[in-house]
Design a protein around this ligand. Sequence first.
Ligand SMILES: NC(=O)c1ccc[n+]([C@@H]2O[C@H](COP(=O)([O-])OP(=O)(O)OC[C@H]3O[C@@H](n4cnc5c(N)ncnc54)[C@H](O)[C@@H]3O)[C@@H](O)[C@H]2O)c1
Ligand SMILES: [Zn+2]
Length: 364
Amino acid sequence: MSAGEVIHVNLGDQHGYDILVRPGILRQAGEWLRENLPSGKAAIVTDSNVADTHGKVLSESLSAAGITPIVAVIPAGEKHKNLHHLLPVYDQILSAKIERSTPLLAVGGGVVGDMGGFAAATILRGIPFVQVPTTLLAMVDASIGGKTGVDHAAGKNLIGAFWQPRGVLIDPGVLATLPPREFRSGLAECIKHNLIRDAAAFAEMEKDIDRIIGKDADALTDLIAHNARIKARVVEADPLEKGERAHLNFGHTFGHAIESVSGFSYSHGESVALGMTAAAFVSRELKLIDEPSRLRIVKIIQNAGLPTGGLSLDVPEITAAMKFDKKVKAGKIRFVLLDGIGRAVVRDDVPPELVQRAVESLRG
Ligand SMILES: NC(=O)c1ccc[n+]([C@@H]2O[C@H](COP(=O)([O-])OP(=O)(O)OC[C@H]3O[C@@H](n4cnc5c(N)ncnc54)[C@H](O)[C@@H]3O)[C@@H](O)[C@H]2O)c1
Ligand SMILES: [Zn+2]
């Protein structure tokens, strides 16, 4: 079994933090906390799907280390990612008489991480925060970078704050219970990372995809560590999302539109898979990549069990939705494209006619 990896995230003036990817670390979280963020109590924010499994292991680990856990459980699912469902979390944590030094741990997927992080950012104007992600998506994406927040009726993630974690504890073993569709959703972000940053790792992933799908323990630890590192390096270079962090949006301009027009019947990962397919199509039409590269992209997405076609949504509705994306600047849609596998470029001059053909290509 792999001993795991430590990825340090440097934050310039602020103190950085470590991402620990290690099988079994969930059971060692109490010890880690005692050494790194000593406190008699710790808040745990989790959701109704993982509270009795991974949440319980975490709180037992804290108790064993002499730390009293204060556990707040949010009902699972994106539809509960709002202030309404955060209020009882505040009530519970504040009534436990915590201090500025009391850490808050979020154990769950990206919803719990974003909500727990926002609670940590705002309770007593900020308490130490630790991410304990339990979905692949949260491990390689949502738990890293310091973006926290909740949704509002007016849109997703509209209320939030940047609040960096003091540590990210990743136990690949927790993925054993993750439903396959959620697992594949995370794989879409892993494919994205290699496409924008790492051609060699993309080639490795082409070979390893069956071991990954089979949740081979070593393959998972390597996959998570590699992808957490890519996300960490990108956010390190651009902590407040002013420049190159935009590359992480590859496949997401098309993807967000598909996700929203489908009324969220496509998952985020499925939408991003379709979005990456469309972005690869545009990259090919603009002669930034060749046809064999485009076909490799389509193939790995399919081998990961994600969609690259079969879209039955209205094309004009999707192109219209893209114009409302947060990332639109001065009316121009900025697309992240590829000028080779492993290399991202941002372009704001993609003709609307080509955008439309790219979406149409997903209908096949
Ligand atoms: N902060 C960021 O930078 C960032 C980046 C990407 C996404 N996000 C956010 O992350 C959220 C999506 O994250 P997600 O895909 O993890 O969704 P999620 O948190 O809803 O988790 C997906 C489902 O899996 C369940 N689950 C979690 N871990 C499990 C496990 N080990 N075993 C069994 N079930 C488990 C959850 O209860 C939920 O039902 C979105 O709200 C998105 O906005 C944030
Ligand atoms: Zn995404």
